[in-house]
Design a protein around this ligand. Structure first.
Ligand SMILES: NC(=O)c1ccc[n+]([C@@H]2O[C@H](COP(=O)([O-])OP(=O)(O)OC[C@H]3O[C@@H](n4cnc5c(N)ncnc54)[C@H](OP(=O)(O)O)[C@@H]3O)[C@@H](O)[C@H]2O)c1
Length: 325
């Protein structure tokens, strides 16, 4: 038996139940990972609340990313052996001291990346890689707007876009978050709960507006975000921290300046193993070189997963959150 946090019925953070579970030996194609650190992401709350149905039904173990060491290898697996240091995004199923994972979703960790760092960046950092290099190629001199710039994805994206030479504008919920975003590569911050963020973006860009807006907020910032984008620019809706965007008339994109809009997910971008490997290689490169740092600003024992969810949904966190088994 191993310690885990399971969801027996969907609902608020209180449904996260700390208990012992059985983990069978790894099946064909799987490896068993002793987890050293587990990431907490907004998507974990979507599964817990029922916004996203868990693929295997109830009950399910929460969590979508972790890092640890291989302790057992199933038949047919040749790429990994006992003792390998690994990390992965695969969920739900990560809020546990040990689990079996399909080997083809796992990557080996370079020696200069620690377990906690890996758990704080696999899902969020891979997401930023595809957002700034694949969904829309951020280039030197571009104006980029990132909502929730002090969040987990936010602090990584600000640093990465800055590293690529962009002018980075970030919205944040407080003065403290503004300071933190600025310390992580964001050139201009906007307190979007107090200020009109469209007016501020116009002012900051001298009326040129942004080449791309990365919006993980959803309901509360739509359709206003579209007014921050230059003609033929790109709207990237990659999450819904405030609730999903309601159905809208596609003609809106015409009236806002022939905009492009996309709603991407890491699942698609990293679906092929070759893409998973190239995304993580680039992530490990920028983190290994020091160009992008992974701020892990909250750590909780695994049994306190409910508190981690409350803090994340209550906008009380910055950077990455991890659970320690
Ligand atoms: N599509 C993908 O592949 C993908 C992958 C990873 C993450 N995501 C998305 O990226 C977004 C950020 O994820 P994260 O894990 O890094 O979370 P996070 O940004 O650390 O936390 C969410 C932040 O959103 C802001 N926010 C605004 N309105 C909110 C509301 N009503 N309730 C809660 N928070 C609100 C808060 O920042 P302020 O106080 O500054 O407003 C809060 O700190 C989420 O939407 C997530 O689903 C998408």
């Amino acid at each position: 038996m191993v310690a885990a946090v399971r969801v027996h019925k969907v609902g608020g953070p209180e449904v996260l139940t700390y208990e012992d579970i059985d983990v069978p030996p790894p099946a064909q194609g799987q490896i068993r990972v002793k987890q050293h650190a587990i990431g907490v992401n907004f998507v974990d709350t979507y599964f817990r609340s029922g916004l996203y149905p868990a693929p295997g039904g109830l009950p399910f173990v929460g969590g979508n990313e972790a890092a640890g060491e291989v302790v057992e290898v199933g038949s047919g697996v040749s790429e990994f052996k006992r003792g390998d240091r690994v990390a992965y995004v695969q969920g739900p199923g990560c809020y546990t001291a040990e689990r079996n994972v399909p080997a083809d979703r796992v990557v080996k960790l370079p020696a200069n990346i620690g377990y906690e760092q890996a758990a704080g960046m696999m899902l969020k950092g891979m997401t930023v890689e595809y957002l700034v290099r694949r969904t829309f190629k951020v280039e030197k001199g571009m104006n980029v707007l990132m909502h929730a710039a002090a969040g987990g994805v936010g602090l990584i994206l600000c640093q990465w876009a800055n590293y690529l030479g962009a002018n980075v504008i970030g919205t944040v919920g407080s003065k403290e978050k503004a300071e933190l975003a600025r310390a992580n590569g964001c050139h201009h911050t906007i307190l979007y709960r107090e200020e009109n963020f469209v007016a501020r973006v116009k002012e900051i860009t001298g009326g040129k507006l942004c080449d791309v807006v990365y919006d993980g907020i959803g309901k509360d910032t739509f359709p206003t975000s579209l007014d921050c984008i230059r003609p033929l620019g790109m709207f990237v809706s990659f999450g819904s921290a405030s609730g999903p965007i309601a159905a809208f008339d596609i003609n809106l994109l015409q009236f806002k300046g022939s905009l492009f809009a996309t709603r991407p997910t890491l699942n698609t971008y990293a679906a092929k193993r070759e893409d998973l490997l190239s995304i993580t290689a680039e992530l490990f490169r920028v983190v290994g070189s020091g160009a992008v740092k992974i701020p892990i600003n909250q750590k909780y024992p695994l049994r306190d997963a409910a508190k981690a969810h409350r803090d994340l949904e209550g906008r009380a966190t910055t950077g990455s959150l991890i659970l320690l088994p």
